[in-house]
Ligand binder design. Structure first.
Ligand SMILES: NC(=O)c1ccc[n+]([C@@H]2O[C@H](COP(=O)([O-])OP(=O)(O)OC[C@H]3O[C@@H](n4cnc5c(N)ncnc54)[C@H](OP(=O)(O)O)[C@@H]3O)[C@@H](O)[C@H]2O)c1
Length: 277
């Protein structure tokens, strides 16, 4: 491992990303935090001393500019925590005309990770790309002929679950393709966390923002625990390509999660859509 570990966390302005940033800051960690809103990110920067950047993942131009700023700032990355995300109304479209769960939760981190690949490869002793997925992956289905739900009607939880399944498929894609560069990848479900998650979703709101939450959810501090543990574990080959349900390896996965045609098909379709090699 490099003398000073560089850790980059997206979605660090709120919820489990903010807790993880505060916990990992200090010591030998050079921390870069990413949020969508400068105002929301400011207290995290103040508490951690991290370098902060903003980007809206609904805009690829923002993601490209973000990658440029991170590249200017760091020579290597030991841990990239792709954590930004949420549930979004699939009837809307992003600035780049994609279904928003597909773009914000999958295509944007796919693009960012590719643009940072050489920085990940430059980490002495290897690096880890950790993707925050979800048990919601079980509700997803990847249709390689209709990734953007142009033909099918998209229900929000289905579109969200599909994007979280994509986080696992991307994890496997990295594990299969980038190991020679010392880049490992794992995915993790943090648990049902009472964060700002699902703030615009009626169904998630029902569970997370009514008295039911006391029965059904855990705190952001608890939810962040597996992210913190895996980020500290770093580029361990044993976790390469593994999906964790909180601290447990090999969590329950969608049947498509090990389907090689889907892993490969999603990788090449995503690369075409975001314009990386
Ligand atoms: N909470 C749960 O129960 C749960 C369960 C399984 C998986 N997860 C996953 O855990 C991750 C973190 O969620 P959380 O629970 O901590 O939720 P949260 O409190 O809503 O935090 C989400 C983070 O992602 C950022 N983000 C959202 N949309 C973005 C966009 N368009 N561009 C850039 N950043 C954006 C948010 O920025 P702003 O602060 O500007 O909104 C925030 O920093 C997500 O990937 C989520 O899918 C959560």
């Amino acid at each position: 491992m490099s003398a000073q570990r560089t850790v980059v966390i997206t979605g660090a302005s709120d919820g489990i990303g903010a807790v993880t940033a505060r916990e990992l800051a200090g010591g030998d960690v050079d921390l870069v935090v990413v949020g969508r809103s400068a105002t929301k990110l400011e207290p995290v920067i103040a508490d951690t001393g991290a370098t902060g950047f903003t980007a809206d993942f609904a805009k690829f131009d923002d993601v490209r500019a973000l990658a440029g700023k991170i590249r200017d700032r760091v020579g290597h990355i030991d841990v990239l925590l792709n954590n930004a995300g949420g549930t979004f109304d699939p009837s809307r479209r992003t600035a780049d005309d994609h279904e928003p769960n597909f773009q914000i939760n999958h295509l944007a981190p796919f693009l960012l990770t590719h643009l940072l690949r050489d920085r990940l490869a430059a980490a002495e002793g290897g690096s880890l790309v950790l993707n925050t997925s979800s048990i919601g992956n079980l509700a997803g289905h990847v249709d390689l002929t209709d990734l953007d739900y142009r033909r099918r009607r998209a229900l929000e939880l289905r579109a969200y679950g599909t994007s979280k399944l994509m986080n696992i498929l991307f994890t496997r894609g990295i594990a299969e393709r980038w190991s020679d560069d010392g880049i490992r990848s794992a995915a993790v479900h943090p648990g049902p966390v009472a964060s700002s998650f699902g703030r615009d979703s009626f169904f998630v709101g029902l569970l997370y923002r009514t008295p039911l939450r006391h029965l059904a959810t855990i705190t952001p501090e608890k939810g962040a625990e597996p992210l913190i543990a895996l980020a500290r574990r770093g580029a361990d080959p044993e976790i390469n390509g593994v999906y964790f349900s909180r601290h447990h390896a090999n969590g329950r996965e969608n049947r498509q999660a090990h389907d090689q045609n889907v892993i490969d098909g999603l990788w090449s379709a995503s690369a075409d859509l975001v314009g990386v090699g």
